[in-house]
Ligand binder design. Structure first.
Ligand code: GNR
Ligand code: NI
Length: 176
């Protein structure tokens, strides 16, 4: 197992659409373990493979509270098969948009078809934060980030801040 580097915006890698996984084999399982370790270390509640530069339709999530036992969830080829008309708003964050938060409206409930860690087909009936998080992760697999739902002005302001942060980070590395 290994902690991998999380790719941050702006980076064209985050905009590439991820490909369907043909078989949940050892390579995919080892990818999912690395993703979970990377997500826990960040820390975050979800991670899509594209965020560590792997363009496969793989997502991990764990929404257990800090004082509860870990509850890792693995999704291969997740797909929304139903979503509610009713929407809800959550303040979202993203490990690829460090320190940026925005209120995003999404369907409050959704049903997801996916393959689990063993490659077995399953349906998840999600609501609340689980529904928000899995929709945020499926967006990543399609090259979409939550800033894409904001006004042009808000989106460009966030990208400007992230560019500046990246530049400053590069300078630190050159000095030392
Ligand atoms: O850690 C994360 N928190 C979060 C909060 C609200 C809605 C979505 C998320 S997902 C995010 C981790 C991440 O970037 N996943 O892609
Ligand atoms: Ni994200």
């Amino acid at each position: 197992m290994a902690i991998r580097k999380i790719i941050t915006e702006p980076d064209p890698i985050l905009r590439i659409k991820s490909e369907l996984v043909k078989k949940v084999d050892g390579e995919i399982k080892s990818l999912m373990k690395d993703m979970l370790e990377t997500m826990y270390a960040a820390p975050g509640i979800g991670l899509a493979a594209v965020q560590i530069g792997v363009h496969k339709r793989v997502v991990v999530m764990d929404l257990a509270k800090d004082d509860s036992p870990k509850n890792p969830m693995y999704f291969v080829n997740p797909e929304v098969i139903w979503k509610s008309e009713k929407k809800s708003i959550y303040e979202e964050g993203c490990l690829s948009l460090p320190k940026q938060f925005a209120e995003i409206e999404r369907p409050e409930e959704c049903h997801i078809k996916y393959l689990d860690f063993e490659g077995k087909e399953r349906i998840l009936k999600a609501e609340g934060l689980v529904a928000t998080c899995i929709q945020h992760e499926i967006d990543h697999l399609n090259g979409v980030l939550f800033i894409d739902y904001l006004s042009k002005l808000k989106k460009s302001f966030i990208i400007k801040k992230l560019k500046k942060a990246k530049k400053e980070n590069e300078e630190v590395h050159t000095i030392f």
